[in-house]
Design a protein around this ligand. Sequence first.
Ligand code: BMA
Length: 311
Amino acid sequence: MMLRTVWWKNNGNEFRSDIYDVCGDYPAVFGWDVGHLELGKTMNLDSVKFDFMKKMISKIHERGGLNTISWHLNEPITGQSSWTQNSIVEHILPKGSHHQVYRGWLKNLANFFLSLRDAEGELVPVVFRPYHEMNGSWFWWGGKNCTPHQFKALWRMTTDVLRNEYNVSNLLLAYSPNSVVNKEEFMLRYPGDEYVDVLGIDIYDRTGNENRFVKPLLISLEILKDIAHEKGKLFALTETGRDQVPEANWWTRILYPAIKNSGISWVLLWRNAWPSHYYVPYPGQISEKDFIEFYKKPDVLFLTDLVKLNK
Ligand code: BMA
């Protein structure tokens, strides 16, 4: 039987990755999304089972990799998806009509984080990156749907409940706006140094036109670097990619020149979901060869390099 190269589903036991199939090594950083965990579901919004996710997170940690977790949670009042423009944040803050509902959601989240254990039963550290792209208005927690004050209150309350009520101690918190034009935009909703460990930026190449991606990316990365240096924090390109990678040399011509010497700790590419929605090559994909060139760059590290570095 031919192995499906795109839109394959992990059967729950394999440690398979398109990246591995292309270049013979695994990524150093893996991203997961816990949307719908809040609802007590057994699988996330993309039909990935939480039990499988847990298993993989521990395995990746044991192999020396890093896991990052985003949260495309539903809108807590109407139950619509994350991509809803309802202004409801005040209702889930303390004293709000749905605060208790949200507390229940945080309990589910806390149980999940506390269940991430290695073989010795020790907690597995993960990067938690909730409420991302908050400077845009496409999610109910962002932009014009929520005031900066409400956003900060939501972030702090969420973090305080996880840390103080449930003793969740294995999270590094990442704050990731979408592409920014200046420092003020980056800082507008920043909840405070005690509430953030990693500074991030999400920015996608939506056109294949270098000017429309590389320029804003370089600007955002400079801003990120300045703030991170001032604060003594790590910074990363927490989401990026070019959907379906139609440019055969996107990796070495567009992405690499934009991130080399940027000082970022990692770059996270978005998911390979189905034939019209994927961000890394699979065997036979048009940018496969160029990805291998990118992989070979001495300053681009994959899992094996990371393990060596940590020895
Ligand atoms: C988006 C898309 C959606 C997915 C969501 C969470 O960017 O990939 O299909 O549900 O991320 O993973």
